[in-house]
Design a protein around this ligand. Structure first.
Ligand SMILES: NC(=O)c1ccc[n+]([C@@H]2O[C@H](COP(=O)([O-])OP(=O)(O)OC[C@H]3O[C@@H](n4cnc5c(N)ncnc54)[C@H](O)[C@@H]3O)[C@@H](O)[C@H]2O)c1
Length: 270
């Protein structure tokens, strides 16, 4: 057997890199954990649901040498700082950060109606969480010789017709902060990009908003089938987004920084 066959993790699009995925317990982050590990990265997998992320880590790498689970609450400064320190001391470096913990609340609505607790929860999770991930991971990426940050935004940041105004504001701010990260850290070898995706078939989405042919609990669920008539590429799988994150995390995208990829099936284009 050649050395490549006996050590598949030595090859791949992220070979030799350490990637921290925050929000890796389910959904898009879980898909990214599997794909990044398949592409040769050592993966630090963090989530507030520790049991979930532990089982993802165990299935990605049963002997624990290339995947490790971490408990984190992205809304908590000390927790995220500790996570970045632990990743560095366990893996000895950090090259890629994928900030994907987040999500909208079904109670989100127009600015004139939205309960302010939706503002606090959404801004804390989506915006403060993303900011804290960057705040503590970027210095580690710089200390490791440079790398790539990928932040999860949303198609909601690119359109003005959505009805979840707080989520749109949080995800819009992620587009803007990502552009500013690109400008601030390019000289130190750090790229930063965001993904603005359409509707993705995760458990949270199935439960709340439904999927084509199966409405969920929210009113918005009724619109899924209607929307895909005009935008057939708008509804995707977690792996579709994880593959974009893989490209942005890898050196294949080394000329790209400061952009937000509209992976929304054209909904922001026509
Ligand atoms: N699924 C979609 O349709 C869709 C569309 C556009 C954007 N997004 C964005 O993509 C990202 C992932 O979405 P998803 O559908 O995979 O969601 P998900 O709920 O399946 O995964 C999010 C993960 O984040 C974790 N998390 C939640 N709060 C946390 C906290 N305080 N600290 C640490 N981890 C926490 C959850 O436990 C979960 O494992 C989110 O930022 C979401 O806003 C999703």
């Amino acid at each position: 057997m050649s050395s490549t066959q006996s050590h598949p993790a030595q090859t791949g699009r992220l070979a030799g890199k350490v990637a921290l995925i925050i929000g890796a317990g389910t959904g898009i982050g879980e898909a990214a954990a599997r794909i990044f590990a398949r592409e040769g990265a050592h993966v630090a997998l963090a989530d507030i649901q520790f049991d979930a992320v532990q089982s993802v880590a165990a299935s990605v790498c049963p002997d624990g040498t290339k995947a490790k689970a971490f408990a984190v609450d992205v809304t908590n400064d000390d927790s995220v700082r500790q996570l970045a320190d632990d990743v560095m001391s366990i893996f000895g470096g950090l090259h890629c950060l994928f900030n994907t913990a987040g999500g909208s609340l079904p109670q989100d609505s127009l600015v004139t109606d939205v309960p302010l607790e939706v503002w606090d929860k959404t801004m804390n999770l989506d915006l403060r969480g993303t900011l804290l991930g960057c705040r503590y991971a970027i210095p580690k990426i710089i200390a490791s010789g440079g790398g790539s940050v990928v932040n999860m935004s949303s198609g909601a940041a690119l359109r003005g017709s959505g009805k979840a105004h707080v989520y749109a504001a949080a995800k819009g701010a992620i587009v803007t902060i990502t552009r500013n990260l690109a400008g601030a850290y390019a000289q130190q070898g750090v790229r930063a990009n965001a993904i603005c995706c359409g509707r993705i078939n995760t458990q949270r989405i199935r439960d709340t908003y439904g999927i084509p042919g199966q409405p969920g609990k929210s009113e918005d669920a009724m619109k899924v089938d209607e929307t895909i008539k005009t935008y057939p590429y708008w509804f995707g799988e977690p792996e579709d987004v994880a593959n974009i994150a893989l490209f942005l995390a890898s050196d294949e995208s080394r000329m790209i920084t400061g952009v937000s990829v509209p992976a929304d099936g054209g909904r922001s284009a026509y």
